[in-house]
Design a protein around this ligand. Structure first.
Ligand SMILES: *Cc1c(COP(=O)(O)O)cnc(C)c1O
Length: 429
């Protein structure tokens, strides 16, 4: 039989019960696991046998859900984390440490920008931020001998720029480093970055994957394609013995398909402990089961709302890569042929104050620090999520002071448009 489509994997991937086992993924609500002998457990500690001993490292519920996401992305291994922030931190910190350098697309989520430019900088990791429009030459010029990775978002939150994954992957690979792509907004239903050359994918599962605003979470997936062993000095953490973990050499023991996630689990999860609770993993799996159905509706609503806004004189600009007039339309046709996401960014004429008045007058859409939810919500990033940025940084991230991020939920497009229409009318009074 041919490989199942992402739709079927959404419903049935990861967990395959045997005869008489529960149909639904069981919530293994246990911190620890029992063994008959210390020797049995010792083999697990030495990573000689696979199994469970403590939920901070691994839990069967989390593993089943991570396996589903790995299948959806077409990767070889995955791990859940407590949040999208933890996923991006682990993904980068797993290969970059004090004294290293990372190149990031400048058009990224505000929380990730802060993590990179402030917190990880304090840890001694230097970041260079480049425009999504950077040329191959500009990309090449940013690499240093200590560069360990390139990072970008498939669809940037909230600027909605579409990453030219192949361009960034080519640059990364020319310089012998992996491309890490945060695929939160597109989800593997609409884009699978590994098919375009990305090596590691991260997610804030808090968004569309959960989809119902019920649990904060994250995920890291490895494509299994980046050959760390070609650069043993650059990726010494994966290619030389880990003295903190019984001298295991991850690439040798787990191969290029398993090394990255095993190291992130055995080292980073062990030491930082940002686990997703099995209860939240269960909820996440419920979200994944309908992700392919929901994404279609989110995209239809996004397209309808964007088209309405584009034709409305009370709106100064609209950013949605499904609009033929959008600067990233061509990239979206290539990377997101079935739709992008339900998030539309736009400016209300009259600037910051008008944007705030518009939001106050909405009846169906709620003001929330959230996005990609079943319920429509909106946000003014300049006064909330991105408030730590100065104007220059805001513009580099593609966030203007009048930007409203409008996340179309699963309601009817007709009602969402009527709500926007009356809120815009109230601004003009
Ligand atoms: C929300 C978000 C994050 C952070 O995820 P949390 O689950 O809130 O920690 C990272 N990247 C993107 C693109 C996001 O939208």
């Amino acid at each position: 039989m041919k490989k199942p489509t992402v739709e079927t994997i959404c419903v049935q991937g990861g967990y395959r019960p045997k005869n008489g086992e529960p149909r639904q993924v069981p919530i293994v609500q246990s911190t620890t696991f029992k063994y008959d002998t210390g020797e049995d457990m010792g083999k697990l500690f030495d990573l000689e046998a696979s199994g469970y001993f403590y939920t901070r490292l691994q839990n069967p519920t989390n593993d089943a859900v991570a396996a589903k996401i790995a299948e959806m992305e077409g990767g070889t291994a995955a791990m859940l984390t407590s949040s999208g922030q933890a996923a991006n931190f682990y993904a980068v910190f797993n290969i970059a440490s004090c004294g290293d350098h990372v190149i990031s697309c400048s058009s990224i989520y505000g929380g990730t920008f802060n993590l990179f430019s402030v917190t990880m900088k304090k840890m001694g990791i230097d970041f260079t931020f480049l425009s999504p429009d950077a040329s191959e030459e500009e990309l090449d010029a940013a690499f240093r001998p200590n560069t360990k990775a390139v990072f970008g978002e498939t669809i940037a939150n909230p600027a909605l720029r579409v990453l030219d994954i192949e361009k960034f992957a080519r640059a990364a690979h020319r310089h012998g480093v992996p491309l890490i792509v945060d695929n939160t907004f597109a989800t593997p239903v609409n884009c699978r970055p590994f098919e375009w050359g990305a090596d590691i994918v991260t997610h804030s599962t808090t968004k569309y994957m959960d989809g119902h605003g019920s649990g904060v979470g994250g995920c890291i997936v490895d494509s299994g394609k980046f050959d760390w062993s070609r650069y043993p000095d650059r990726f010494a953490g994966l290619c030389t013995p880990d003295e903190s973990y019984h001298g295991v050499t991850y690439v040798e023991r787990f191969g290029i398909g398993g090394a990255f996630i095993t190291k992130a689990t055995a080292q980073l999860m062990r030491d930082f402990g940002s686990i997703q609770s099995p209860q939240n993993a269960f909820l996440l799996n419920m979200g994944l089961e309908s992700l392919h159905v929901r994404m279609k509706r989110h995209c239809e609503n996004g397209q309808a709302v964007a088209e309405f806004l584009a034709n409305d004189p009370r709106v100064s600009w609209v950013s949605y890569c499904g609009l033929p007039t959008d600067r990233d339309y061509t990239l979206a046709q290539k990377y997101l042929p079935n739709g992008s996401c339900g998030v539309v960014s736009f400016g209300v004429k009259g600037g910051r104050a008008a944007a705030e008045a518009f939001m106050r007058n909405l009846k169906i859409a709620a003001i929330e620090t959230h996005v990609a939810d079943a319920r429509t919500c909106c946000l003014h990033p300049a006064s909330t999520t991105h408030r730590q940025m100065n104007d220059e940084e805001l513009l580099a991230a593609g966030v203007s002071p009048d930007l409203v991020r409008f996340s179309c939920g699963l309601e009817s497009a007709e009602d969402l448009i009527a709500d926007i229409d009356q809120a815009l009318a109230a601004v003009n009074v």
